[in-house]
Write a protein that binds this ligand. Structure first.
Ligand code: ATP
Ligand code: MG
Length: 325
């Protein structure tokens, strides 16, 4: 039997370079490997754990589907679906919540960060996020999860839940592991923390124009003169340079930095141009796909049907084993 893969992006705004390099690139790689059966969702229910507008959530949800298709996810190879359309995820999350302690959830770094970011929004749904994520993965009995390193603590929770369910109820959930890519951690343009949809000025969107990218890259805080330890915004700049520039160019700029001759605006503008060239084919494809509403509708409908067929089998088994009718 093929190994299963599950991943997704929150429908919490336009996707950025971190989402592409840390998440979607790995999703594409596994989709194109015939050893795997891939399930990729738009995590719209995870998006209501932080403040949102219903109208924007709807638009963002479709936008993520368009981004997936434009980046190379293929509905013939992967099951592409919208999380809220497969209600089995929520049912399984509720059953899982009976074996997870509140304290375990309260101590997760991701939970603490979000509470700090939105103190007025310390909700049950936010606390329950990792339990729902465990259900997202385990409802397909997925072994492999292509996501960025920020999701590692949540995967640990999913493994704990799988183990405990197997011990208590004799289920056969796998312990899912993360599939990582070279861009598993893309730092914020502000030089502190990670690039995030929900942090203003931290990101480059996949749909940004060359001018926008240039402006954003130029805004990365760097020193007036080069040399010294590589940290903060300079670290961000070099990390992006390492991922996007040719190895020889990257090395040249790094040498210039260390001997004090680097002009930051030069490396910044070269980097902006290179990132834009990498995104251009995606953007062109996106413009076409976004027009084709019938096709999008068909992809979404078929994806939900395929996902439900498998998820409902797991639910049937779990309910029986837990003594639920
Ligand atoms: P939000 O701030 O709303 O949580 P986000 O930018 O963290 O948005 P998610 O939708 O939570 O994005 O994550 C989608 C995918 O992108 C996940 O696989 C996640 O691990 C990955 N990802 C998010 N940010 C980064 C980053 N800075 N570097 C690498 N991968 C990332
Ligand atoms: Mg996130």
């Amino acid at each position: 039997m093929k190994k299963r893969v599950l991943s997704g992006c929150r429908a919490s705004g336009k996707l950025h370079l971190g989402n592409y390099l840390g998440g979607i690139k790995g999703m594409i790689e596994l989709q194109n490997n015939p050893q795997y059966e891939t399930f990729y969702m738009v995590a719209n229910a995870h998006a209501i754990t932080t403040p949102y507008s219903p109208k924007e959530l709807k638009e963002d949800t479709i936008d993520v589907i368009i981004d997936y298709l434009s980046a190379g996810l293929d509905p013939e190879k992967s099951t592409l679906f919208i999380q809220s359309q497969v209600s089995e995820h929520f049912e399984l999350a509720y059953y899982f919540s009976s074996i997870v302690s509140i304290a375990r959830m309260q101590h997760l770094p991701t939970y603490k960060e979000k509470v700090k970011q939105y103190p007025q929004n310390n909700t049950m749904a936010l606390l329950n996020y990792p339990v729902l994520m465990a259900a997202d993965i385990l409802v397909y009995k997925a072994n492999l999860v292509p996501v960025g390193i920020d999701q590692e603590p949540h995967l640990e929770v999913a493994r704990e839940i799988a183990r405990k369910m197997n011990q208590l109820y004799g289920t056969n959930f796998p312990e899912p592991v993360r599939f990582s890519t070279p861009g598993e951690y893309i730092p914020s343009l502000k030089g502190e923390g990670k690039m995030s949809k929900s942090v203003e000025d931290s990101y480059i969107n996949l749909t940004d124009s060359l001018d926008e990218i240039r402006k954003k890259i130029r805004s990365i805080p760097t020193a007036t003169i080069s040399g010294g330890p590589i940290k903060g915004g300079i670290k961000t700049l070099f990390l992006l340079a390492e991922l996007f520039l040719r190895q020889t160019d990257y090395q040249k700029f790094k040498d210039q930095y260390h001997n004090g001759s680097l002009k930051f605006v030069t490396i910044k503008d070269v980097l902006a141009e290179t990132i834009y060239q990498e995104l251009k084919p995606f953007q062109e494809k996106r413009n076409q796909i976004a027009q084709n509403k019938d096709y999008l509708e068909k992809v979404i409908k078929q994806g939900a049907e395929k996902a439900r067929a498998i998820a409902s089998e797991t639910l049937k088994e779990i309910k029986e084993k837990m003594g639920l009718m």
